[in-house]
Design a binder for this molecule. Structure first.
Ligand SMILES: NC(=O)c1ccc[n+]([C@@H]2O[C@H](COP(=O)([O-])OP(=O)(O)OC[C@H]3O[C@@H](n4cnc5c(N)ncnc54)[C@H](O)[C@@H]3O)[C@@H](O)[C@H]2O)c1
Length: 357
């Protein structure tokens, strides 16, 4: 049983594939009572909160097939192409139109249909709906739009979760601004539950712990969601920097490392295939190599981590913490303000949640 009756009020920015799975996940796990029942969920209770304690109170997008619709309908509208897992009940949350800014890149313009409904005052809507936490799920190339929504969170007095690879929580200036506003900030670039980066880092660590000297390794992805097109056209370089830095941090020495998304294959829909190549030397410099493919569906990979992040940010709000919150960012994001080893980050997160009991 969760210890509180008050809901964690969340606003979602960008009603794409991630938002779809997050909302379906909230419904899917709402009646779960015991850990062993909730397959796929890392924490049934976190900081005393159950997933059903999370309530989506506001939603923003720019696509005409989503804006003006109930959230339960919008999450299944094109071009979203992730799995339909549950039948949704009406949420009574209507998707509002926000400004487009750089949210829709040159290539995504063929896929996104811009709504001509009027824009709402986003900060006012956040205040009116009582949102406490804004979760940024904009496309990864939406730098200006992500900054703009972080600004709206500051105006409305909301905590900000940046799931995109735009540098906000890892940026000192933004960190200071949230600190001054006495609001928590976490990000950047959410780590997947069964993510290629985590798997890659774990394999490298395992091998290097056993005395293998890694000489070369790469990790390349193909996917068919709009986000994969985005990654290919607008954010390939930044993604490559974020992922490569994160993978390099798993090794105690320098090796040739390349990790970054590569291509868009439309018929894969929201599926993602990640290819790994690892080359190293073991006893007497005898060579070894690993060739591996991981197949996942992209959006569900964000679900469990987002549920943990939202509940952890509520913990931070209740403890009146402000600025970039490192234990949450290092645990759940690829580019926190300070990179940590996986197990150090996990421990810091567990300790952070435990301190709140
Ligand atoms: N496993 C994962 O899916 C995963 C993991 C890590 C990070 N992320 C990040 O999460 C973000 C969302 O991913 P996704 O797959 O849901 O993307 P998506 O392309 O499916 O959804 C993006 C949504 O944002 C909307 N949008 C575009 N411009 C907008 C604007 N100005 N205002 C409001 N809405 C706007 C689009 O219409 C679309 O509905 C991406 O930045 C991605 O890098 C996802």
């Amino acid at each position: 049983m969760s210890k509180t009756l008050s809901k964690i009020k969340v606003a979602l920015v960008g009603i794409g594939n991630c938002a779809s799975t997050l909302l379906q996940g909230l419904h899917y796990y709402s009646d779960c009572k015991r850990e062993e029942e909730c397959i796929g969920l890392r924490n049934l209770l976190l900081g005393g909160f159950h997933p059903r304690d999370i309530q989506i109170v506001a939603a923003f997008d720019v696509d005409s097939r989503k804006v003006g619709k109930d959230l339960s309908e919008a999450i299944f509208a094109q071009p979203n192409n992730t799995l339909k897992i549950v039948d949704m009940l009406q949420t009574n949350v209507t998707v509002c139109k926000g400004p487009v800014l750089d949210g829709v890149g040159e290539y995504a313009r063929n896929i996104v249909q811009l709504s001509n409904l009027p824009e709402v005052n986003v900060a006012e809507t956040l205040k009116e709906t009582g949102a406490e936490i804004v979760v940024n799920l904009l496309p990864s190339g939406a730098i200006k739009a992500s900054h703009w929504y972080a600004e709206q969170a500051l105006i409305a007095g909301c905590a900000f979760v940046n799931a995109t690879p735009v540098f906000i929580a890892s940026d000192e200036t933004w960190g200071r601004r949230f600190e001054e506003a006495e609001l928590p900030l976490v990000g950047d670039d959410l780590i997947d539950q069964v993510g290629a980066t985590t798997l890659h880092k774990t394999l490298l660590k395992l091998l290097s712990k056993r005395g293998v000297r890694i000489t070369e390794t790469y990790q390349l992805d193909v996917g068919g969601g709009t986000e994969s097109l985005e990654t290919l056209k607008r954010t390939r370089d930044v993604k490559r920097i974020v992922k490569t830095k994160s993978v390099e941090a798993a090794l105690p020495y320098k090796a040739n490392v390349v990790a970054g998304s590569t291509d868009y294959v439309d018929f894969l829909r929201n599926r993602r295939d990640s290819y790994f190549w690892i080359k190293g030397l073991y006893f007497c410099k005898v060579p070894m190599q690993i060739d591996l493919r991981l197949s996942t569906v992209d959006a569900p990979n964000a679900g469990s981590v987002l549920l943990d992040v939202i509940r952890a940010v509520e913990v931070a709000l209740n403890r009146k913490l402000k600025g970039a919150i490192l234990p949450i960012s290092a645990y759940a994001f690829k580019h926190p303000s300070q990179l940590m080893l996986l197990e150090t980050a996990e421990k810091a997160f567990v300790d952070f949640i435990r301190e709140s009991k």
